[in-house]
Ligand binder design. Structure first.
Ligand code: GRF
Length: 196
């Protein structure tokens, strides 16, 4: 049984997908803690409803990023997680933090990486006239949205799509993709590496 710590900042629909997959038995893991940098994150309520311990580590209360990340590390290390799951966590982690948990931090990103790292991915895909779009789960490295890819899921862009309709369909893909990618990694079926 893999121990997961899930980091969120907002709605937490991906967190919910993980909770649901664990309940359904398709993801053999335990979420030992949900951590949010935003005290008002809806995802905290989702965790509480599922009886998962929650903690707020509000970045705004720290004088600088290093202090925030040091508190985050202090909270996570005693939990001895197998994986740290970023699920809509809106802070960029420093190289120092990433190195502490080398190979253990996963992120889900709403585009087919390496296309459209960062924000506003659906609008960018539409502006580009992309025919195919989707979501990617990858290992987190010090470089933003650029670590080894674990799994991805695709869809066809429709002519009538807006960033909102496209984003909603991609989010649905994410909810199936994230539990499946974690399972693949945890069972050793997926073994990510990157040649640079
Ligand atoms: C998702 O689109 C995820 O890919 C991105 O942030 C969004 C989080 O949504 N990193 P939610 O909080 O899981 O609903």
């Amino acid at each position: 049984m893999k121990r997961l710590v899930v980091l969120i900042s907002g709605n937490g629909s991906n967190l919910q997908a993980l909770i649901d997959a664990i309940i359904a038995g398709s993801l053999e893991a335990e979420i030992v803690q949900v951590l949010s940098n935003e005290p008002e994150a809806c995802g905290l309520l989702r965790a509480q409803q599922a009886h998962i311990p929650t903690m707020v580590c509000a970045h705004k209360h720290f004088p600088h990023k290093a202090a925030f990340e040091s508190a985050l590390k202090d909270a996570i290390l005693p939990l001895k997680p197998d994986y740290i799951i970023l699920a809509g966590f809106m802070r960029i982690l420093s190289a120092d933090f990433v190195h502490t948990f080398e190979g253990q931090i996963l992120n889900i990103h709403p585009s087919l990486l390496p296309r459209y790292p960062g924000l506003h991915t659906h609008a960018q895909a539409l502006a580009d006239g992309a025919k195919i779009h989707g979501a990617t789960v990858h290992l987190v490295t010090a470089e933003l949205d650029a670590g080894p890819i674990i799994a991805y899921s695709t869809l066809e862009v429709r002519p009538e799509d807006t960033p909102e309709t496209l984003g909603a369909r991609v989010l649905k893909l994410e909810h199936r993709l994230y539990p499946a990618a974690i399972t693949g990694l945890a069972t050793g079926r997926i073994c990510p590496f990157q040649v640079k």
